[in-house]
Design a protein. Structure first.
Length: 324
């Protein structure tokens, strides 16, 4: 199979038929073999019924329905697990991503042996104050922190080699940082392509200003995980040893001063340096223990699903947990 198109959605009933027809037209005109995977992330409208109708008329349409809203990252993770195409393309369901970009994205991956192509919405039709300016600041911080030189980390339109989506683990709110996750996993051939951005035709955006706050917090998280996720002792242990040494040096100073320079002066416990020494050694010991516990947890943790699938369409051969 040439292409898997993975589309996470939440309450996008009005746009689904138009999006489906547009994608199918592009696929047929380019003679691609494809599958279209819709992931309903707990919609409360008739999105799932629309997906069922589309699948009844097109066997290439596949569907995953979550038991409730688990988030875009979890929806992408489920879609990646089930994708079978040589190239996997993600896009949003609100018609702001243009399916006409699919052939060029596919060719960039196949012809140039690129791991990941990320869309760049250079010209946007969003509010300047509520989206454009925060997005520019967010993308600048992401570039500086991650070392991945992309202009638009949050663009939903991306293309991947199959090996990439089968390797990376997208969770929490990390869908913004899939290029960073790919780089950390060893997929370094990452390119960017300017793509068309279209004004939202139906409904309203599901994301508010809080996504940028959460985005910066996630950026700190992914920086920490990429640096110390595999060996937390390297951070906590080093800080613990440093703090313990500082406290121990204060203790030696107090002891020498008491024995040789002021044997009849104040008691050691009456001097502020004593409490600095004690506190530093206690904190150092705690940090060292935190690093040790982190190493133990990392080596004994059990991977669990972060979402529950209620229903699937055309995916009976895939072993998933079905929750009624």
């Amino acid at each position: 199979m040439d292409i898997s198109v993975v589309i996470p959605l939440l309450n996008e009933q009005e746009s689904l038929i138009e999006l489906h027809d547009w994608i199918v037209k592009v696929m047929q005109s380019n003679r691609f073999s494809y599958e279209l995977i819709f992931i309903d992330d707990g919609s409360t409208d008739n999105s799932w019924e629309t997906i069922q109708t589309l699948s009844a008329n097109n066997s290439s349409v596949k569907g995953i329905r979550f038991l409730k809203n688990f988030g875009k990252s979890q929806a992408l993770h489920a879609g990646f697990e089930m994708a079978q195409g040589d190239v996997v393309i993600t896009m949003d369901a609100d018609l702001q991503d243009n399916p006409e970009e699919i052939p060029e994205l596919f060719n960039l991956i196949k012809d140039n042996n690129i791991d990941l192509v990320s869309g760049w919405k250079k010209v946007r039709y969003d509010s300047v104050i509520s989206k454009n300016l925060p997005s520019k600041l967010f993308n600048w911080a992401a570039r500086k922190t991650s070392g991945v030189k992309l202009h638009d980390f949050n663009c939903g339109l991306k293309a991947y080699r199959k090996a990439v989506v089968k390797t990376i683990d997208v969770h929490g709110e990390m869908h913004r940082y899939i290029p960073v996750l790919a780089k950390n996993a060893g997929f370094t051939k990452i390119e960017e392509k300017v793509v068309k951005h279209q004004a939202r035709k139906y409904g309203t955006t599901k994301f508010g200003m809080e996504r940028f706050i959460n985005g910066f917090l996630d950026l700190i998280t992914i920086w920490f995980i990429s640096k110390f996720g595999r060996q937390p002792m390297h951070l906590f242990g080093a800080l613990g040893v440093l703090m313990f040494i500082i406290g121990f040096c204060f203790a030696i100073y107090l002891g020498i001063d008491k024995l040789f320079f002021s044997p009849y002066g104040r008691l050691i416990t009456q001097r502020p340096q004593f409490y600095i020494s004690l506190t530093a050694m206690i904190i150092g010991t705690q940090l060292f223990i935190a690093g040790f516990l982190g190493e133990l947890i990392l080596r004994t943790k059990k991977q669990e699903k972060r979402y529950k699938i209620q229903q699937t369409i055309n995916l009976d051969s895939f072993k998933v947990e079905i929750t009624s």
